[in-house]
Design a binder for this molecule. Structure first.
Ligand code: AP5
Ligand code: MG
Length: 190
């Protein structure tokens, strides 16, 4: 499978649909949020720095994120495609991803954008807070994450549009339908 960049607001389902895509197509998966939460759990220097920013709903600096991404990408088996979940989140990260892949003779593949209304997003994240207790799933931090998404990440959609690889999927109330639409598209790429 080609590389896939899964893109969308907090709670839009990047992690959920990535798991389904990995099961169906057997590819690699990099969730930069999961990588950072792993660093926090280990108590590493990166983790300590990341925790402060994640708890405030802010982004980790681009330079550090780009280094982490390249290291994680190189640690995965090559040739079966990778889903990038939560990266890129800024134009600088997108340019760096494109270059990193070019340097390795690979390309970005396709971008899958998940569009979900904000009330649904908030509901999902507050429900997850009760189940998983993620530190950034509280009303105040979720609102900050939405604001950061609108200001810094959403403008990237136009960047992908220019690259000619943007494909949008809009939530209409059914997870099965959303998944069927995504699979119908991805099946055409195999
Ligand atoms: P990250 O971990 O990427 O969090 P996020 O973008 O806020 O997104 P979430 O993981 O909360 O949601 P999701 O879209 O994966 O949805 P999910 O499938 O879980 O990043 C966290 C932080 O790390 C950032 O704020 C930043 O500080 C830092 N960071 C990470 N990457 C960075 C980068 N590149 N640069 C700088 N900083 C970075 O679904 C949400 C919930 O909804 C789940 O519980 C799911 O089960 C439920 N759900 C219910 N119904 C559905 C449905 N129909 N479809 C999908 N999910 C559903
Ligand atoms: Mg996630």
């Amino acid at each position: 499978m080609k590389n896939i960049i899964i893109f969308g607001a907090p709670g839009s389902g990047k992690g959920t649909y990535s798991d389904e895509i990995v099961t169906r197509y057997g590819m690699g998966h990099i969730s930069t949020g999961d990588v950072l939460r792993g660093e926090i759990k280990q108590g590493s220097d990166i983790g300590k720095m990341a925790k402060e920013l994640i708890d405030k709903g802010q982004l980790i600096p681009d330079d550090l994120m780009i280094q982490i991404l390249a290291k994680t990408y190189d640690s995965l088996p090559q040739g079966c495609g990778v889903i990038f979940d939560g990266f890129p989140r800024t134009i600088a990260q997108a340019e760096a991803l494109k270059l990193m892949l070019q340097e390795r003779g690979h390309d970005m593949g396709v971008m899958v954008e998940l569009i979900v209304d904000e009330d649904t997003l908030m509901e999902r994240l507050l429900r997850r807070a009760q189940i998983e207790g993620r530190a950034d799933d509280n009303v105040e931090t979720i609102k900050k994450r939405f604001e950061v998404y609108h200001n810094q990440t959403e403008p990237l959609a136009a960047w992908f549009e220019k690259e000619g690889i943007r494909h949008t999927f809009t939530w209409e109330g059914s997870k099965d339908q959303m998944l069927a639409n995504i699979f119908a598209f991805l099946d055409t790429l195999k």
